[in-house]
Design a binder for this molecule. Sequence first.
Ligand SMILES: [Zn+2]
Length: 419
Amino acid sequence: MLSVAVPAALAAVPGKALPRWERGMLDIHHINTGTGNSAFFVLPDGTTLLLDAGAGYREEKVKSRYDAPPRPDATLRPGQWIARYVQRMHPMGAAGELDYVVLTHFHGDHIGGLEPASPRAPAGTYRLTGITDVAEGVRLHTLLDRGWPKYDYPAPSGGALMLNYRAFLKWQVEHRGLRVETFAPGRSDQLVLRGGPRDFPTFEIRNLAANGRVWTGSGTATRSRFPEGAVPSENNCSTALRLSYGAFSYFSGGDMSGVPSTTRGAWDEMESAVAWVCGPVDVALLNHHASPGDVANDFFLSVLQPRIHVVSVYAASQPGPDVLRRLLSERTYPGPRDIFTTNWQWPGRRDHMVKLFGESDTAWLFDRISQIASNQGHVVVRVDPGGAHYRVIVIDDQRAEGVVLSVHGPFAARSVQAP
Ligand SMILES: [Zn+2]
């Protein structure tokens, strides 16, 4: 197999800083702040994308040790830590901008939740949390979400969190020239290399789903998974995307469910419909924090067959024992797979797990630590120029200038494109 060698000077080494991104590489940084989701992408031509900017922790949940502690610490809010991380890893340095922000859905652990202590922005029209905190440190060029401009699906949104978010958008559009677009399922021309596709013709980000509408695999056509009149959950309205670069592919589906609630129909889960059109991938960001009884159904896993699972874990309930059993089982799909979680152990967590899952499942979960490739830190997927190989690099989340903890791979990308 022809492969593009990474120069020795660029190899990641434990104990050292992550070597800088170079043109042609694809970096996906799953940033751990101890709460929610946020992933920073540096695309092969240097275009940048932030997928979610969660700040979901609630003070009492951290105090009771149900939620993971803040990382690196509580001196800054999660959105401020995300901004610092982006400034540190941005190809243009601290002055770099975010070309794209994509928000999967409107929950605090993905866009930033409001706390009594959330301060007002200097501009005064909204409060700072999650994505609004990020924008204080990094200029945003284009933002895509599932609701713009009306925010009325599946119902008009009038909650404090959405009012704050919309005030933020209005201010950014008027004063900072922010562009906002509706994330349109089926399209592959919304998230593009801003330097032009010429140098990297195999790169694509395909919008797979949003608001229950799923790409059919033909042109940009979509069909709705939800029957007329259904009122879906916010989680199932999540945006989903598939990124491809040469033989490499990556999936993200926000907090979509894979198990319908017993009182609703089959439409109350999105994983199966999205799996049909996504096909196999190398790396998947697991849906909904691996919540028990809710995600990673057998069909979804048997179709995507991820070599690498990245799991955003921040609460005692994550991952659910049933989910972890399916992830580890070769009954769901054959071959090796590695699991990377952003958090796993913190003081007091075990007591909550015993209450949730009982003593034996809790013991089983803790025994699985030896089967987890990494259970603490930022999880960086670094793809070689051209996309034939990639590595997974874990970075220390205890310090702002975290060093490399471990390097996994190289893995050969599998070149399976669907449909
Ligand atoms: Zn979430």
